[in-house]
Design a protein around this ligand. Structure first.
Ligand code: ATP
Length: 242
């Protein structure tokens, strides 16, 4: 069951110089829910995520995490507080092994190398058995899909209560895409709230509880994900009309 709104975005506007990337964006992510932001290329999805995770400054609006205003809090502090974005695209440390990358993900934690740390490593390895098999391999020598998994695994090592994911399916083969989405559901079932940004709208709507549609920097539709997935105009615009 879904609880209180854990993440609340209110009237958020962000500029790049004079370009308005997003305008008056508002949405909520309930505790233990999966929300998705869908929309075309350039709609403002990445900007929204980066702003929440403290990587971009806001022009107007505010962001609340568990009831506290986090609008101007930098990324590394948010990670400590329990809100973490998996790095965009692959974003792994290519010259480090899988295990060293996962270790870096736990850097903000006091219990590094203790039982809590080992439990989390076990959790990541059970979600991604491939990473366990390759724990001593350099990240840079792995496939795109494996690096994507490593990026998510690394974020999980900070034990986030809210996990932000930017296009986790990007560039993956269809079989791997299915796998990544079912792992996202499993992460959520284990108690982590998820905010998912996707261009793969169909998969995103199948995975999420609630969806927001961004168009040229504004939220133009929102609703339960299954309702949007069944909506004719959404299907025509984002799901190839099938
Ligand atoms: P994509 O799926 O391509 O990442 P998106 O929905 O995530 O698209 P954003 O990347 O957030 O969209 O971009 C929103 C708007 O801001 C676009 O018009 C884009 O051109 C512009 N923009 C993004 N990054 C910059 C930047 N660094 N400098 C200037 N404009 C930018």
């Amino acid at each position: 069951t879904l609880g209180e709104d854990q993440l609340v975005v209110e009237d958020l506007s962000v500029n790049y110089g004079r370009i308005e990337a997003i305008r008056g964006v508002s949405f909520r992510v309930p505790e233990r829910g999966i929300a998705t932001l869908i929309g075309a290329n350039g709609a403002g999805k990445t900007t929204t995520l980066k702003t929440i995770s403290g990587l971009r400054a806001v022009r107007t609006g505010r962001i609340l995490f568990e009831g506290e205003d986090i609008t101007d809090i930098p990324s590394y502090k948010l990670v400590k507080r329990g809100l973490c974005q998996a790095p965009e695209g692959r974003g792994t440390f290519v010259g480090m092994t899988v295990e060293e990358n996962l270790d870096m993900g736990a850097y903000t934690r006091a219990d590094r190398k203790t039982k809590g740390y080992r439990d989390d490593l076990d959790r990541v390895f059970s979600l991604f058995p491939r990473l366990k098999e390759r724990r001593s391999q350099y990240a840079g020598t792995m496939s795109g899909g494996e690096q994507q998994m490593l990026a998510i695994g690394r974020a999980l090592m900070s034990r986030p209560r809210v996990l932000l994911l930017d296009e986790p399916s990007m560039g993956l083969a269809p079989k791997l895409i299915q796998q990544i989405f079912s792992i996202i559901v499993e992460i959520n079932n284990q108690g982590t709230t998820v905010l998912l940004v996707e261009q793969n709208a169909l998969q995103a709507l199948r995975t999420a509880d609630h969806a927001y549609v961004l168009e040229t920097g504004e939220v133009v539709r929102s609703g339960p994900a299954d309702e949007l997935a069944a909506d004719d105009s959404i299907r025509a615009a984002y799901l190839g009309g099938d």
